[in-house]
Ligand binder design. Structure first.
Ligand code: ATP
Length: 219
């Protein structure tokens, strides 16, 4: 569903991604890990068509939705209106399936998005992405700024969508433990280059990955 081949993305003369090749198959949930400035959001934005590759190819095998880093809601619009904007491309006008998935959003529907807590805003960003009826979801930092219980709640929804409805997910995370808990495979990017990839269980045992992302090997 996501097929990235030899991708190079630059901002002017600064290269943010250098010859990155990765893929995510239908129904997979795959993680992309990396430190600040590694190029994770650049990849997310390129997958969403917001940035153009300098070279290489990006192929998406279905409708892709992005939950962007920092949510990027319209703060002066209501929750319901933010959700409606998510349905603009798909033609989905009825948010009731999103309210079934995330019942708290039904209670918040008339509130201004800008006054919500970080966790509530992430729920809106999640719901807005689902309104586009995606077959592939790219989540740029699900856990950013959220309390562990809120992250766990949203992660459970993600797992449910992946396992029961076959949603393909690329989970971009700095929280490697969360990513390894949820995903089968992972890629690690540093300074714009892929430095490791493989099954999460194997990566968790890799001293370089464990040292940098897990504070030591998992026992
Ligand atoms: N609009 C931009 N113009 C110029 N350089 C940029 C721009 N956006 C990002 N960069 C640079 O590209 C590199 C990759 O940034 P990116 O935001 O993709 O990293 P990231 O892995 O998502 O980081 P973080 O985890 O901190 O969000 C960084 O060196 C960053 O400074």
């Amino acid at each position: 569903m996501i097929d990235v081949n030899d991708l190079v993305v630059s901002y002017g003369t600064a290269t943010a991604l250098e010859h990155v090749t990765l893929n995510v198959g239908k129904g997979e949930m795959v993680a992309l890990l990396g430190p600040n400035g590694a190029g994770k959001s650049t990849l997310a934005n390129t997958l969403a068509g917001l940035l153009k590759p300098s070279s290489g190819t990006v192929e998406i095998g279905g409708r892709l939705a992005l939950i962007p880093e920092g949510r990027q809601l319209f703060p002066d619009l209501s929750v319901a209106d933010n959700l409606a904007l998510g349905g603009w491309r798909s033609g989905e006008r009825d948010p009731s399936f999103v309210y079934d998935l995330l019942p708290r959003l039904a209670e918040l529907a008339r509130r201004r998005a800008g006054v919500l807590s970080g966790g509530e805003q992430q729920m809106v960003a999640f719901g807005r992405a689902m309104m586009s009826r995606p077959s592939v979801l790219v989540v740029d930092e699900l856990s950013l700024g959220l309390a562990p219980n809120v992250t766990a709640d949203l992660a459970a929804h993600l797992v449910e969508l992946n396992q029961s409805r076959g949603l393909t997910v690329l989970l971009i995370e700095q929280n490697a433990r969360l990513a390894f808990d949820l995903c089968s495979r992972a890629y690690v990017v540093e300074s714009g280059r892929l430095v490791a990839e493989g099954e999460c269980a194997e990566l968790a045992d890799d001293p370089r990955v464990a040292g940098a992302y897990l504070g030591g090997a998992i026992t």
